[in-house]
Design a protein around this ligand. Sequence first.
Ligand code: ADP
Ligand code: MG
Length: 323
Amino acid sequence: MEFRLIDRIRERTAQGREDVRLGIGDDAALLAVPPGMELAAAVDTLVEGVHFPVGTAPADIGWKALAVNLSDLAAMGATPAWALLALTLPDTLAPAAREAFVDGFADGFAALAGSQRLALVGGDTTRGPLAVSVTVHGFVPAGQALLRAGARVGDAVLVTGTLGDAAAGLALWQRAESDARAASLVARLNRPTPRLAAGLALRGHANACIDVSDGLLADLGHICAASGVGAEIEAALLPRSSALLGLFDDAAARDLALSGGDDYELCFTVPAARATEVQADLARLGCGATRIGRIVAGEGVRVRDADGGWLEPSRRGWDHFAA
Ligand code: ADP
Ligand code: MG
């Protein structure tokens, strides 16, 4: 099937790796997991119009399809190694348009894969509504993966980078706004940066970790549920970019930071006494992390507003995220 397309993808993503005994071309890839390592495996599917807006550039789709998966490996503290790619392309596309799409897609995918020495080792190519499914595999020393379960009462809650940018970017894209600040937010939506180095640095330090794909409240809620604890966060401490604060009022920026998805930052907990040291470690890697709250006994995530009162979820439009 589609051999010319597969060849174009293979040429653009070539990456020599010792542990790939057999890559694209046979019925299955043959891969060697290094001794002492566990295999971390994750898959995410992006459907046009659902996970990326219609009209997104092929190279951005290629980057993002891999980035969202690498973010899952980052959240586990795993080092990426291999990927599989299932590509569903509309049969309404003429052959030349299909090739142009595949070339752009593969270039965006390869830009990120190459930076991580990740090898594309196989996949599947079919016709239908535009959708991309990437499976990634990575390594983590046995027993050292970062889990959602493990947060303890008294832990500090931290988050890398800034929150709310990608959701703001989506809103601006829909309004076709295009100044430099808007462009930086749209770039957060289309070209998320998986926090791989931070994830590795958190091994042995973080008690719990997750990547923020569905919004901070939802994803920190997953840590709480898995760990059997609650969390209290301070709205005033939420890290927000100057572009976000420049284009949205404070309440809107706060709500985007609390519940906007697609930022792919890491949210993690560490013993409070070690929070400053961990922040310094991450800062040395060029990845800022902000302390936003703490783990408490109980369940669910509560948010204290700048005036000291608790935010009322049901009136904020993010009540479906409340624990
Ligand atoms: P099969 O019928 O055995 O599934 P295919 O014709 O689907 O074989 O695929 C041929 C080879 O190309 C396989 O090694 C497969 O993993 C690889 N391949 C197919 N589609 C892709 C893709 N989109 N990206 C990377 N490799 C692919
Ligand atoms: Mg196949």
